[in-house]
Design a protein around this ligand. Structure first.
Ligand code: A2P
Length: 272
């Protein structure tokens, strides 16, 4: 696993020329499986923190090859951030992983998604449960003032295979706590709970198991999930989403949607 993070930035930024094309402004490789990138923001694009858009490249057949990507930057940011897996035989990411600053990507400016504040009922504590690149929408929500206006406590859990894969989240927490807009509140309210499953680290295990055996609550000094206090957003593999749903339902929490807010919402992280 390549643990060295490399960053490349564009200067000066070229203006996009294709319809729906945006210019890549920064690319950062975290490991041989993970990278992040930033692109110019279409002037007309408005989105709610936590939503996703379709991103891609022109395929060899002349048709766009697009996949859903959560926007990993807050709604007030000038450029748009994304966090991606690299799948060596994946139709899109086998190519996308080679983008460089100055290159163009296709971005359909129609943001949608369920990981939004509007889909949750008011509560005291908000949990963001992520595995792998599922942390991306929370990179947006953690830097969104509404998150701190609505909740007294904000908890991000991030489970990855190994320690190098936690780096993006560690940087995110650092950035959030030093953010001019939300930093002060984040220092008071934000808690971070990273775990690994395949490499030794201070906290090991799948978050689902750490909930079931009570470790998570014990570590954080929290009694349990309650319908009255707790709200959750989940983003990860299908397995994580299904397993956490089952756990929440046992506690009596109900799934929400844009049209009918509830106690928790889930979304699948981008996979290939
Ligand atoms: P594990 O190593 O036990 O499979 P991936 O990199 O494959 O997307 O996985 C990211 C993290 O999500 C891994 O640490 C993985 O643990 C964990 N994970 C995968 N499936 C589940 C699940 N059903 N519940 C909780 N964690 C999961």
């Amino acid at each position: 696993m390549n643990e060295q993070v490399t960053v490349t930035e564009a200067s000066p930024v070229k203006q996009p020329t294709l319809p729906d094309a945006q210019t890549v402004t920064e690319v950062k490789h975290y490991t041989d499986r993970l990278f992040s990138f930033r692109v110019t923001r279409p002037a007309s694009l408005r989105f709610r923190s936590g939503e996703f858009v379709m991103i891609g490249l022109m395929g060899d057949n002349g048709r766009p090859l697009l996949r859903a990507y959560s926007i990993a930057s807050p709604s007030w940011d000038e450029t748009l951030g994304f966090y991606s897996i690299k799948v060596q035989d994946g139709p899109l990411t086998s190519k996308l992983q080679h983008i460089q600053p100055g290159d163009q990507v296709i971005l359909r400016p129609k943001p949608v998604g369920t990981l939004v504040h509007d889909a949750l009922l008011p509560g005291k504590r908000i949990w963001f449960f992520a595995t792998g690149t599922g942390i991306a929408p929370f990179a947006s929500l953690l830097r969104e003032p509404e998150t701190y206006e609505k909740f007294d406590e904000v908890i991000l859990t991030h489970t990855c295979r190994d320690v190098a894969e936690l780096k993006y989240g560690e940087e995110l927490i650092e950035l959030t706590k030093n953010d001019p807009l939300v930093g002060e509140e984040a220092q008071e309210k934000l808690r971070y709970y990273p775990t690994t499953t395949r490499e030794e680290s201070p906290k090991m295990g799948r978050i689902t198991n750490l909930i079931k055996d009570g470790t998570l609550f014990k570590d954080l000094g929290i009694e349990d999930f309650s319908v009255e206090n707790d709200r959750a957003m989940v983003c990860g593999s299908i397995g994580l989403n299904t397993d956490l749903k089952a756990i929440f339902e046992e506690y009596g929490l109900e799934e929400g949607a844009n049209s009918e807010p509830g106690h928790y919402v889930v979304e699948k992280a981008f996979v290939g």
